[in-house]
Write a new protein. Structure first.
Lengths: 298, 365
């Protein structure tokens, strides 16, 4: 299994890193930056799908809770109702799937950076086993120049600058990406994760080579940039899915209208709309609970 | 998800991640062993170990307690006077080259530099010549157990291999792709050979005025030691990180892809090759017409030097990676292991059967 993972994921990334290192003036930080951009671009559809799914599930929470409460004693009926609004186990798993698919990529990149930095003889020997012989002169690049500004990319950061930046950018990234939940318990969980994850990664970075911290930092910054670029798209998705709470019917593509015959919204369909369209329909982004209250009163 | 589970999960994840990031516990530099009379020494992991060669009983370990902050011991130990000299590999800051009394295991001296001593040192009986990860080759006088730096020679990158000392000259391969010829008395550069297209991570072998060595550019070189002229080169399947053995007019070595080569020492023509299943890093050793090669694939190969045919029915599988040169002791081959609690096995040179186990008493079966 490990060997297949190596062949499919880690080896191509390792060789790509070395190739980029050569092309970008033998600057390993630039190589990490370039490869991270490429990987972010390739996984963008998955990232968008995951964010849309998160927004959708978050918007549906009050309705899901309502169904769970209502059909507490009848699992079959509960599942049927959840499936009806598109929040059944299958849909929840479907939401997780894009994120799960991204893990091998992240782990692969992590391993590739570690292997390419080759901070010790064993890892350098390991690198030697995985360099593609058909790419000329890659062996002449080793050992790679691991010095960057104040840091040795192969050593932990004794100045603690990179771990601190990782904590800050992870926090910011999580804060931006996590959709606000109407469910108090979920909101509390999200908030706790927003605080704990950055410190967990910061703690990890204390003992990791600076090169890995650089990757994390670059990846977070790209994620934040990507958030602002795709924000209009996500707002549109949130607006559409927030109708679920009001109608009890799965939201479909098509400007917030619902209909069983329409296909679920996809990242491809959600290309950023013109600005004039984004500011329209402010009423669609009202919290579900609020709408429900109003509906109840009327 | 409830709050306690989340906290617990995050704490476990943090611990796992921090374990991934720790680079001081896992072995990362190659161990090395030496035989001195009836004792065998091995530098591996947190200690230098002394074992009785025949019984396999442990005599002492240095230091007596493992220190997690200390880098793992690495490289082939050497004997200088009564001291066994060895160093610390990649790991914590402030790495030491130690001189430890061979009989008692008492520390006699230490010489500290900020970077690693990956491949041990060589000696002329008086001075110790030790390459360091800071790119310097140090000449150290350990007289009176007060080591003094006599000279240092700076290269452009890390030094991860021992130099060869012959005829008052040191032949030092560098990670900066160069092979340096240095005057052992003065530390002055005599020659800088920029032949290889990649790091030279091995100690060259000198036979009849010819230097034999491989490099990480997947090429093997035969060079006139006096002039520096290349006599022949040979392209291999993978990087070469094993020192060469010259025996019966053949040059024998392996590459990191696991192929064992025997070349004609004069012409560089391939006599035979045999495939192991993983990297060859230790220098082969020969006895009579048989060459013994260890591999990361956990096996010891006994091959006929003439044609590469197997001498034993099957290679002996020691179950753990074999990263260092085996040692010949009479009719026994002492093989250092990686990763395992057993440090070394004695293997019968005639048939490959396992004999004495060199391990802490609790581990021995």
């Amino acid at each position: 299994m490990g060997q297949i993972f190596d062949i499919l994921i880690v080896n191509p990334m390792t060789n790509a890193l070395l190739l980029l290192y050569e092309l970008l003036g033998r600057n390993f930080v630039l190589a990490i930056l370039a490869l991270t951009v490429v990987i972010r671009a390739i996984t963008l559809p998955l990232t968008l799908r995951q964010q849309i799914s998160m927004a959708r599930m978050s918007s549906m929470q009050p309705k899901v809770k309502e169904i769970q409460e209502k059909y507490k004693g009848d699992q079959q009926k509960m599942m049927a109702e959840l499936n009806k609004i598109g929040a059944g186990p299958g849909a929840q798993l479907g939401g997780c799937l894009p994120m799960l698919l991204q893990f091998p990529v992240l782990i692969g990149l992590f391993n590739a950076i570690n292997r390419t930095l080759s901070v010790n003889p064993l890892s350098l020997l390991d690198l030697g086993k995985h360099i593609y012989s058909f790419l000329p002169n890659l062996s002449s690049l080793v050992p790679i120049n691991s010095q960057f500004l104040l840091w040795d990319l192969g050593q932990p950061d004794k100045l603690y600058v990179i771990p601190v930046l990782v904590v800050l950018t992870t926090f910011l990234s999580n804060k931006l990406m996590t959709p606000q939940s109407q469910d108090p318990q979920m909101a509390q969980t999200n908030q706790m994760m927003q605080w704990m994850m950055p410190f967990m990664f910061g703690f990890f970075m204390l003992s990791s080579p600076v090169g890995l911290g650089m990757y994390w930092l670059v990846s977070n910054l790209l994620g934040i940039g990507q958030y602002y670029i795709t924000k209009p798209t996500m707002d549109k998705a949130r607006a559409q899915y927030s109708l679920v709470g009001a109608t009890g019917t799965p939201a479909m593509a098509g400007g917030g209208k619902t209909g069983a015959t329409r296909a679920p919204i996809t990242p491809a369909q959600l290309s950023p709309p013109p600005k004039s369209k984004i500011k329209a329909k402010p009423n669609l982004v009202r919290p579900v609970g609020e709408r429900k209250d109003k509906k109840g009163k009327s | 998800m409830n709050k306690t589970k989340l906290l617990l999960g995050t704490a476990i994840a943090a611990l796992l991640l921090s374990a991934c990031g720790s680079r001081e516990v896992a072995p990362n530099s190659f161990p090395g062993a030496m035989i001195d009379g009836d004792a065998v020494f091995i530098a591996r992991g947190p200690h230098l170990y002394r074992y009785e060669l025949t019984s396999g009983n442990e005599t002492w370990i240095f230091p007596t307690t493992a220190d997690a902050a200390r880098a793992p011991m690495a490289g082939q130990p050497i004997k200088v006077g009564s001291a066994i000299v060895f160093g610390e590999g990649v790991g914590a800051e402030g790495r030491n080259l130690y001189g430890v009394d061979g009989a008692s295991g008492r520390e006699l001296w230490r010489f500290t530099k900020p970077k690693e001593w990956v491949d041990g040192a060589v000696t002329d009986g008086k001075l110790v010549f030790a390459p360091n990860g800071d790119g310097n080759l140090y000449a150290i006088d350990p007289s009176d157990n007060a080591p003094k730096e006599v000279w240092s020679f700076q290269t452009q990158n890390k030094l991860w291999s021992r130099p060869l000392l012959a005829n008052g000259k040191l032949y030092q391969g560098g990670m900066d792709h160069s092979l340096y010829v240095i005057d052992a008395t003065t530390g002055k550069q005599l020659q800088k050979l920029e032949i290889a297209g990649a790091p030279i991570a091995v100690q060259p072998t000198l036979v009849d005025g010819v230097l034999y060595f491989g490099a990480l550019d997947s090429k093997f070189y035969a060079v006139n030691a006096a002039t520096g002229a290349v006599i022949w080169t040979f392209a291999t399947n993978g990087w070469i990180w094993s020192e060469a053995l010259v025996a019966n007019d053949k040059v024998i070595f392996g590459d990191v892809k696991g192929r064992i080569y025997a070349l004609d020492a004069k012409t560089g023509a391939q006599a035979w090759s045999v495939d192991a299943n993983d990297a060859i890093r230790g220098q082969p050793v020969a006895k009579g017409n048989t060459v013994y090669v260890t591999s990361f694939d956990t096996k010891v190969y006994a091959l006929n030097i003439a044609d590469g045919a197997r001498v034993w029915k099957d290679p002996t599988d020691l179950k753990y990676r074999l990263p260092a040169k085996p040692l010949l002791a009479g009719d026994k081959l002492i093989v250092p292991l990686f990763d395992s609690e057993t440090l070394m096995w004695a293997v019968d040179t005639a048939n490959g059967t396992k004999g004495t186990q060199f391990a802490p008493a609790a581990v021995k079966k």
